[in-house]
Write a protein that binds this ligand. Structure first.
Ligand code: TXA
Ligand code: MG
Length: 401
């Protein structure tokens, strides 16, 4: 353990306050926000003061709630790791409120590549994280876990952006959950998980996207855009925008593990979600993956569950899917948490973590989750479900037509 970690290792105890904010009362006409509501302004100033005093603060973003601390201060950033129980070799995303702030983080004379200009124009502020070369004299080792790159994004949630702007400094923020747990999409999720470990949670309501940003690397020599973690900005949207702007010269968009593998990189935590356990609630998650040729029927799955000591079961399935519409036998107590319509995977994205956390808090013994199509937001949804699930069963289910 290095000295920065050792100095912050003592578990801090706080009386955690949840402060209200009204996102619609925050306006950005210039780089600095204005507030039409004093409660929101006070909450943000209080959170910014805590950040400047080197404490962690939880705040809403459009993707998930973040656990923020000053990015350019090692002692502050170290508190993120101790608060979450995060392994120190897992790098953090740095959040900025403006492109001016982005420029302050980049090496002198660095020229932002054309592909990044296009992505920034279309997707910032928003759920897209870009890797940039790290300026070692500015960005501490603890942020990048010693990598030569730093991950940066500009969130679109008014509370997140205003908090960074009012603090006047880039904010490092992973998802505001204990390491390994599902990411929080409501202030109450953060409170349940981290109460007593941080002074302030800004409440900005439920996150609109519901799962984390898409992490991309466009720095490779071959000019392709590599998606290290699928997320809120879909691969289809990335491809469409690059095609529109660059035509025949547009780079390929390659999704890690779908379109390319990198065995060496997969052993390092810089590949998001690869090395460590992720997104898992305290109860087992069973993924039901419909496969027409499978010999297992849904009734067989129920029979298997009878042999396990489960009493109350959570079911997360699409509204209009075989499992979503399947009658559930009364020998168990069931709690359904619908994932929305098959044709709109953004609803499943918005509800996934909320469902895992809510069902766990309702006391279920197990959660069944139905696989969805890996199109649009479905790619990120399935990426998270596969990591959350301890077990997968292929079931023979006819698609609902
Ligand atoms: O939507 C989000 O991205 C949320 C909100 C709070 O902004 N944040 C978030 O952070 O999901 P976190 O720490 O849970 O996930 C960040 C991921 C990590 O898995 C890490 O591996 C990857 O980004 N990452 C960070 N820096 C990197 C780097 N230099 N190279 C490759 N991957 C990096
Ligand atoms: Mg996370």
């Amino acid at each position: 353990m290095n000295s920065v970690f050792r100095s912050c290792f003592r578990a801090m105890s706080f009386s955690t306050r949840v402060l209200p904010t009204h996102p619609s009362s925050i306006h950005f006409s210039s780089i600095s926000p204005t507030f039409s509501d004093s409660v929101t302004q006070e909450s943000l100033h209080s959170a910014a003061n805590h950040l400047r005093s080197k404490n962690c603060v939880a705040f809403p973003t459009e993707t998930v709630y973040g656990l923020g601390a000053l990015a350019l201060d090692s002692a502050s950033a170290a508190k993120i790791f101790t608060t979450k129980g995060r392994p120190p070799d897992n790098p953090l995303i740095v959040h900025v409120s403006s492109t001016d702030m982005l420029n302050t983080l980049l090496p002198n004379h660095y020229v932002i590549p054309r592909i990044y200009h296009i992505l920034i124009k279309h997707f910032w502020p928003g759920a897209l994280t870009l890797l940039f070369p790290r300026e070692a004299s500015l960005v501490p080792d603890i942020i990048t876990a010693g990598q030569p790159t730093v991950a940066i994004r500009m969130p679109s949630h008014p509370v997140a952006r205003a908090l960074i702007a009012v603090t006047g400094a880039p904010i490092a923020a992973p998802s505001a959950n204990s390491s390994g747990k599902p990411s929080p999409t409501k202030a109450e999720h953060v409170l349940r998980d981290l109460e007593g470990k941080l002074p302030i949670i800004l409440d900005g309501g439920a996150c609109g996207v519901g799962l984390e940003s898409t992490v991309v690397d466009g720095l490779g020599q071959d000019g392709h855009l590599r998606v290290l973690r699928p997320g809120g900005v879909t691969v289809e949207d990335l491809e469409r925008v690059l095609k529109e702007e660059m035509g025949h010269d547009s780079p390929r968009v390659l999704v890690h593990r779908r379109d390319y593998r990198d065995e060496v990189m997969e052993q390092t935590p810089t590949t998001p979600g690869m090395k460590y356990r992720h997104y898992s609630p305290a109860v087992p998650v069973l993924l039901l993956d419909p496969l027409p040729s499978a010999s297992v029927q849904f009734a067989d799955v129920i029979n298997t569950l009878r042999s396990r000591s489960v009493r109350k079961i959570g079911v997360m399935a699409l509204d209009d899917s075989p499992i979503g519409q399947h009658p559930l036998p009364t020998l168990f107590e069931w709690c359904r948490f619908p994932l929305g319509p098959r044709l709109d995977p953004s609803v499943a994205a918005q509800r996934l973590f909320d469902g895992l956390i809510s069902l766990e808090s309702q006391g279920v013994d197990m959660i069944l989750v139905e696989a969805i199509s890996e199109e649009r937001e479905g790619l990120a949804v399935m990426n998270r479900i596969r990591k959350a699930a301890g077990e997968t069963i292929h079931v023979a289910l006819d698609p609902v037509v």
